[in-house]
Design a protein around this ligand. Structure first.
Ligand SMILES: *[C@@H]1O[C@H](CO)[C@@H](O)[C@H](O)[C@H]1NC(C)=O
Ligand SMILES: *[C@@H]1O[C@H](CO)[C@@H](O)[C@H](O)[C@H]1NC(C)=O
Ligand SMILES: *[C@@H]1O[C@H](CO)[C@@H](O)[C@H](O)[C@H]1NC(C)=O
Ligand SMILES: *[C@@H]1O[C@H](CO)[C@@H](O)[C@H](O)[C@H]1NC(C)=O
Ligand SMILES: *[C@@H]1O[C@H](CO)[C@@H](O)[C@H](O)[C@H]1NC(C)=O
Ligand SMILES: *[C@@H]1O[C@H](CO)[C@@H](O)[C@H](O)[C@H]1NC(C)=O
Ligand SMILES: *[C@@H]1O[C@H](CO)[C@@H](O)[C@H](O)[C@H]1NC(C)=O
Ligand SMILES: [Cu+2]
Length: 562
């Protein structure tokens, strides 16, 4: 205790692991948010970037490190940045979602963000968390083992970032404004991208496609993120297998497959062995969208895996990827992943649950005179029939400074109405939600189970649900209505995968568990950007525990004002 106190005064205490680091050892990064001119699909346009780069700069850190990112907004829009998957113990102040943990950084303003890494190891990412800026404002975070530590798999010969994205010819802010105004679906994107490039299946894109050069007989670590806005993607490399060794900054039992399925918000570490005849091979990313009548961009982004010395004249082979509606291909892959259990990376799955929250995740409609939703309605989305409305002041500051009237603490802990959620026909009366800003209050260190229940209210599809501030165990999933008596009997409480974003299956449910050991205000939302815009989100407030080490840290002096 005395040592800690000593650290606190003279040095900066890294809470998670009680290691003291001299303040001068804290690395600082400068992120300038600004417009830059980029050409894709034969057209030039201004896009919002960090430091003029698309995709943005990578952050490279060690597990347990604390860094500072000095953000300067030289763009024309309010902005916030989120460090996706970084738990930020006791430090929600720099978590990022606009009007949840901070007011936006306004044009011309700065915010120095302290980012506290703890147990996460592998690949994470950062992205804008205000309006739709994250389409182009994003980058990787590579979290290496602690100095002197090693991977729980053979050391790869090299590592390669693979950032999957989505591109509109139109300004994404216009896409956002248009669909919010119309009440319908957003217009489909024009391309997917691999490391910022669509690849040669799109016009004007062949010369600048991404090329991964390899030597035969080596092992490459692909650090993959799906940074796109609205689609789960299949990704694969012709003739090569991918061995998943990590997801969302947690190590996994190695899983070898011919393709992966990855949702917006998810990250994956995959080993690729260059064990095929020296040649050129396509790598490709294409959508998985399984919902009746949903329009989507069904194009395919490509890049090239090129062996040293291979001929440029032989046409590359194309990978076999599942078709866009192949639910079992997507879910079989997703739910085959298991945590790695090792002495260095033990896992503690909560067995005794203190609080259970069951919440529907639904697409809904509001009545409208002449909107572009089904039958002239306005599309919406909800959790437990509450379509979330962002407050005028962020919830974290409203909670911390006890500003009344900003939010209610009464997020329903179970669906207000129990019915056959996945029935083929659901009457219009059940499709209209309520608007609200309701949060769920969690006791410090309590064990929480959340069951996400998909519904068929206005068309059913998968939802990638993302929780800030935690990694959670994915203990179960299934189709139809969750049965609280029967389904928990088949939970995996031994080696479930640990994630921060999970795909809730179409016409089904997913159960997660975590210990609420991180006091603060933590956003929970669908990572499909349109569903987030429509209100498929809520907030978990984890109360502080006893003693200073169980309390939210004091706010930084330069919190952006509202
Ligand atoms: C994409 O959709 C269009 C229009 O529905 C269709 O004509 C085309 O064949 C589809 N392409 C692929 C690759 O599925
Ligand atoms: C997927 O779509 C194809 C054609 O669009 C159809 O033939 C096939 O039956 C569908 N598969 C599933 C699993 O729905
Ligand atoms: C995936 O498919 C295989 C082969 O059909 C099956 O044995 C396995 O149980 C499936 N796993 C999941 C999680 O669906
Ligand atoms: C739209 O109207 C048709 C015909 O009345 C009905 O069958 C359908 O369920 C309605 N859709 C929605 C989303 O209300
Ligand atoms: C719910 O609806 C689905 C789809 O129509 C049906 O297959 C299932 O049997 C229904 N479940 C119950 C409990 O009625
Ligand atoms: C949601 O709330 C609205 C407004 O109170 C109500 O009319 C509707 O029936 C509710 N729907 C469900 C599925 O609970
Ligand atoms: C930018 O943020 C400020 C502070 O919350 C807010 O007053 C203003 O309306 C925002 N501007 C836009 C264009 O959203
Ligand atoms: Cu969703």
């Amino acid at each position: 205790m005395l040592l800690k106190y000593h650290c606190n005064i003279l040095l900066i205490l890294i809470v998670a692991n009680s290691i003291c680091v001299k303040a001068s050892d804290i690395r600082r990064y400068s992120f300038v948010v600004r417009e830059a001119l980029y050409e894709r699909l034969c057209e030039r346009k201004w896009i919002l970037t960090v430091n003029g780069k698309f995709p943005g700069p990578s952050l490279k850190v060690h597990a347990g490190e604390t860094i500072v990112v000095d953000v300067l907004n030289r763009g024309n829009y309010n902005i916030t940045l989120h460090w996706h998957g970084v738990k930020q113990p006791r430090n929600p102040w720099a978590d990022g979602p606009a009007y949840i943990t901070q007011c936006p950084i306004q044009p011309g303003k700065r915010f120095s963000e302290k980012i506290i890494f703890s147990k996460e190891e592998g690949t994470l990412w950062w992205h804008a968390h205000s309006d739709w800026s994250r389409a182009t404002v994003h980058g990787l975070i590579m979290v290496y083992p602690r100095p002197g530590g090693s991977y729980p798999f053979p050391k790869p010969d090299a590592e390669v970032p693979i950032i999957l994205g989505e591109w509109w010819k139109e300004d994404v802010m216009k896409v956002l404004e248009e669909f919010v105004a119309s009440g319908g679906q957003p217009r489909d994107s024009d391309a997917y991208t691999i490391n910022g490039q669509p690849g040669e299946l799109y016009p004007c894109s062949a010369p600048r496609r991404f090329v991964m050069k390899v030597d035969p007989g080596k092992t490459y670590l692909l650090r993959i993120v799906n940074a796109d806005m609205n689609e789960i993607l299949f990704f694969g490399v012709a003739r090569h297998h991918l061995t998943v060794v990590g997801t969302d900054g947690c190590y996994t039992e190695p899983l070898t497959r011919g393709y992966i399925a990855i949702s917006p918000g998810q990250t994956m570490d995959c080993l690729l062995r260059s064990d095929q005849p020296p040649a050129r091979y396509y790598m490709a990313a294409c959508p998985y969208v399984n919902g009746a009548g949903i329009s989507f961009d069904n194009t395919t982004a490509t890049a090239i895996l090129r062996y040293a010395g291979s001929s440029r004249h032989t046409p590359p082979e194309f990978p076999k990827l599942p078709s866009p509606n192949d639910t079992s291909a997507a879910l079989n892959f997703t739910y085959s992943i298991k945590s790695l259990i090792s002495k260095l990376h033990p896992i503690v799955v909560p067995q005794k649950i203190n609080k259970r929250i069951t919440t529907t995740v639904s697409v809904n409609v509001f009545p409208c005179e002449a909107c572009a939703g089904p039958n002239g309605t306005r599309l919406a989305a909800a959790m437990n029939n509450i379509s979330f409305s962002a407050p005028p002041v962020d919830i974290l500051e409203a909670y911390y400074y006890q500003i009344p009237g900003i939010f209610s603490k009464k997020f329903p802990e179970s669906p207000p109405l129990v019915f056959n959620y996945t029935a083929d026909f659901i009457p219009l009366e059940l499709e209209i939600p309520k608007k609200g800003t309701k949060v769920a209050m969690l006791r410090y260190n309590s064990n929480i189970e959340v069951v996400f229940q998909g519904t068929n209210q206005v068309g059913e599809l998968d939802h990638p649900m993302h929780l800030h501030g935690f990694s959670f165990f994915v203990v179960g999933w299934g189709f139809g209505n969750f049965d609280p008596n029967k389904d928990p009997l088949s939970y995996n409480l031994v080696d479930p995968q640990k994630r921060n974003t999970v795909i809730v299956p179409r016409n089904g449910w997913t159960a997660i568990r975590f210990t609420a050991d991180n006091p603060g205000v933590w956003f929970l939302h669908c990572h499909f950007e349109r569903h987030l815009t429509w209100g498929m989100e809520t907030v978990f407030i984890v109360r502080s525990g006893r003693g200073p080490a169980a309390r939210v840290l004091p706010p930084p002096p330069d919190m952006p004002p509202c």
